[in-house]
Write a protein that binds this ligand. Structure first.
Ligand code: HEC
Ligand code: HEC
Length: 264
């Protein structure tokens, strides 16, 4: 029989996660748009301009390259070389653009074989692309071996609707400085992970930019139940210890999460 994970911090963690969800849902959409925000709605744009804009997003705001490479295996995700060609053949009855759009907005709907369900929805924080940006990115991915035929109408009107410009800054009620200490001492995370200026171990993934590419929800669950979140590609299964829910106190856990959320 499998013991429930996180017996000790479980209930508390749920409250914290609940609070997070509450705040995330209650952030008013009033932030002013940062200048980097791309809006193409209503404008005339050629496919070439669209592809170029998408390429820029791929390399910068999209943070795609922390997980994916083009023409080279990334650590966490599939090589996207030729995606425009293979996208139309991946799911029967789905065109290339439909498959690519689904991959971006509902990454869990179809999983590339051998990879876990860890890609975040790109129109939600922390990546938080708007509808125009999803459009441009789709055009760029189609251009990798396929035809660029995506129009703004192909992108659901709801895409990016909750992003509201800059990703909402979520405050976890923990102390990042104390969390850094947990990371290097009691948690022993440092034995396997690099995290910004501290650590160097290659046993687990480099966490230096984890808050840029992952939701607080994923990070919190991963600590309590590493196997339940899938195994990051390129790393061994079952190596990350599953007992942090029992060994860390609630305060240590929340401080640790607060520290991890500073890594971006
Ligand atoms: C945290 C890591 C991560 C980030 C960040 C990420 N992805 Fe992914 N992506 C994955 C993983 C893992 C898969 C394979 C599992 C799946 O199908 O969801 C994947 C799958 C895909 C696929 C389907 C690939 C195929 O061969 O069918 C596309 C397209 C894609 N990602 C595009 C992007 C783009 C564009 C970005 C940036 C906006 C991005 N991803 C950001 C991890 C990530
Ligand atoms: C004995 C080695 C080991 C220790 C100790 C360890 N981890 Fe891990 N961790 C791994 C490995 C290996 C992976 C990748 C495989 C997987 O997903 O399970 C991983 C994955 C992760 C991920 C997901 C990274 C990503 O790119 O999606 C996070 C977050 C993480 N660990 C946080 C922690 C924290 C926080 C601690 C300390 C409380 C910790 N780990 C302790 C080995 C370890």
């Amino acid at each position: 029989m499998r013991l429930p994970v996180a017996v000790k911090v479980g209930a508390f963690a749920l409250v914290v996660m609940g609070t997070y969800t509450y705040y995330a849902n209650s952030i008013p959409q009033i932030q002013s748009k940062p200048p980097a925000e791309l809006s193409l709605e209503g404008g005339n744009v050629t496919p070439a301009q669209l592809v170029k804009a998408g390429e820029e997003i791929f390399h910068t705001k999209g943070t795609c390259e922390i997980c994916h490479r083009i023409g080279q295996k990334g650590t966490r995700a599939p090589d996207l070389a030729g995606i425009g060609a293979r996208a139309g053949k991946t799911k029967p009855g789905m065109s290339a653009k439909q498959y690519i759009i689904e991959s971006l907005l509902q990454p869990g709907a179809y999983l590339v074989e051998g990879y876990p369900n860890i890609m975040p929805q790109v129109d939600k924080p922390p990546i938080a692309l708007n509808r125009s940006e999803v459009w441009a990115l789709t055009a760029f991915l189609e251009s990798q071996g396929g035809n660029v035929d995506v129009t703004l109408d192909d992108i659901p009107k709801t895409a990016g609707a909750t992003a509201g410009g800059a990703p909402a800054e979520i405050k976890i009620p923990g102390d990042p400085k104390a969390g850094e200490v947990v990371f290097s001492t009691k948690g022993a995370c440092i034995a396997c992970h690099k995290a910004g200026k501290i650590g160097a171990s290659p046993v687990g993934p480099d966490l230096s930019q984890i808050a840029k590419i992952q939701t607080p929800d994923y990070i919190m669950k991963k600590i309590l139940d590493p196997a339940g979140s899938g195994t990051v590609a390129g790393f061994p299964k079952g190596v990350m210890p599953p007992m942090f829910g029992q060994t860390l106190t609630a305060k240590e856990y929340v401080d640790l999460v607060a520290f991890l959320l500073t890594l971006k």
